[in-house]
Design a protein around this ligand. Structure first.
Ligand code: HEM
Length: 392
């Protein structure tokens, strides 16, 4: 058996495959795609902490094989400490608890507007009408992306992650796709002359001491790489989380009822949806040295998938892991990654999702999912629904 994350079978339902590999072949080599995978919770957890053995320097896409050319400027997800830590610290100023808390009223206003329109329309596909819009709007407010670019940006990000489920190959960009790099460079130029209260300005102005001890600002290319990463990492994943919440709560009506009766349970329910079906199913790494797992040698330079989706259903870590249970109180979580690269936007994603559920509860608590209309996206490491039609 082969673990092929882009095959239709795994894209539709990866959990039987994960269960097989977790038990039978916890360190597996896929000869067709030439990469190794780790499936158990402890293995993935330890690997995320050991960045020297499991380096991020080739970035998250398993397809990337060679070192990027020197002119390529990676974002922090494609870097290792210590430079990754320095740049990350600089930009995490945009994600302090205060900044996130200050955003809540804006998040609620945006959510309420789309949900009111959804109710007026009498229901329909909540992914198109709401889930796919809220995260990009929120990131755009934080970052400073004007309204007219948001839907083009979101489409470009969605498309860049797509994989053809028959061939496993990336899907080419749309012919009229927005040139996101050019747009960001343009915005950066504007912010340099006219600073604003947004993350592009923070990124443009902050100074830091680089690994060679020299104090400097980020270059234009570095700012664009980081801001581009926020839009990629923060939008598609949160879109999928919102859709998963709607579907999995509907599939568990008793738990949904308890949640609606007592909204203080919402944060716990969001964590369970994340564990049950993580929007980011695996994290790409490259082996920094030969390393042996379960009798299999992963050679230096090999690409490795840390399969979070499988780890989050490991019975060694979670009781009865295939059961959806909003009352779980897990000791450890992997759905936002862990270690040096742990998700920078996790508080924001949690807040958005909590607010979304609170607003849904006020408007159409008894919604029904039209099950035969559910479809999935076929994307690299991101998993979730494309269409979630609701009767409200
Ligand atoms: C449900 C929503 C989200 C999920 C499931 C998620 C998941 C993850 C995971 C698993 C990682 C670790 C990647 C690795 O180890 O290579 C990560 C990193 C990251 N996430 Fe998120 N994320 C979410 C939302 C967001 C949001 C809203 C933002 C920003 C606005 C964001 C920005 C980032 C960034 C910048 C990184 C890279 C951090 C680094 O390399 O140091 N994410 N995310």
């Amino acid at each position: 058996m082969i673990y092929d994350p882009y095959s239709r079978e795994v894209q539709e339902d990866p959990f039987p495959t994960y269960a097989y590999f977790r038990e039978e072949e916890p360190c597996h080599y896929n000869p067709k795609m030439d990469f190794y995978s780790l499936f158990r919770f402890d293995d993935v957890w330890d690997a995320t902490l050991d960045w020297k053995t499991f380096s991020s320097r080739l970035g998250p896409a398993l397809e990337t094989r060679s070192e990027p050319p020197p002119e390529h400027v990676p974002s922090i997800i494609g870097m290792d400490p210590p430079r990754q830590v320095k740049i990350r610290n600089l930009l995490s100023k945009g994600f302090t608890p205060r900044r996130i808390a200050d955003l809540e009223s804006k998040v609620r206003r945006i959510a309420a507007r789309y949900l009111d329109e959804f109710v007026e329309a009498g229901g329909g596909d909540i992914q198109a009408a709401f889930s796919s819009k809220l995260p990009m709007d929120v990131i755009s407010v934080l970052v400073g992306i004007p309204e007219e670019f948001r839907s083009g940006y979101r489409r470009a990000v969605e498309r860049a992650l797509m994989r053809d489920p028959e061939t496993g190959l990336p899907v080419p960009p749309e012919p009229d796709a927005l040139d996101t790099r050019a747009m960001l460079l343009d915005l950066l130029k504007q912010r340099r002359s006219e600073p604003r209260e947004d993350l592009i300005t923070v990124a443009a102005q902050s100074e830091f001491e680089d690994v060679d001890g020299v104090r400097r600002r980020l270059t234009d290319q570095e700012v664009v790489a980081f801001i581009g990463l926020l839009a990629t990492a923060g939008s598609e994943t949160t879109v999928k989380l919102l859709g998963n919440c709607v579907v999995y709560l509907w599939q568990h009506p008793d738990q949904r009822k308890r949640l609606w009766d007592d909204p203080t349970l919402i944060p716990g329910a969001v964590e369970e949806v994340l564990r049950y079906d993580p929007p980011s199913q695996f994290q790409g790494r490259v082996a920094g040295r030969d390393v042996v797992y379960h009798g299999v040698t992963i050679p230096e330079g090999a690409r490795v998938a840390l399969v979070t989706g499988a780890a989050c259903r490991d019975p060694r870590e979670f009781d009865d892991p295939d059961r959806f249970d909003i009352d779980r109180q897990p000791d450890r979580e992997l759905h936002f990654g862990y270690g040096a690269h742990v998700c920078i936007g996790k508080s924001l994603a949690r807040q958005e999702t909590r607010v979304a559920l609170e607003e849904i509860r006020k408007r159409f608590a008894d919604y029904e999912v039209v099950e035969e209309g559910l479809t999935r996206t076929y994307q690299a490491h991101v998993r979730g629904f494309a269409e979630v039609p609701l009767k409200i």
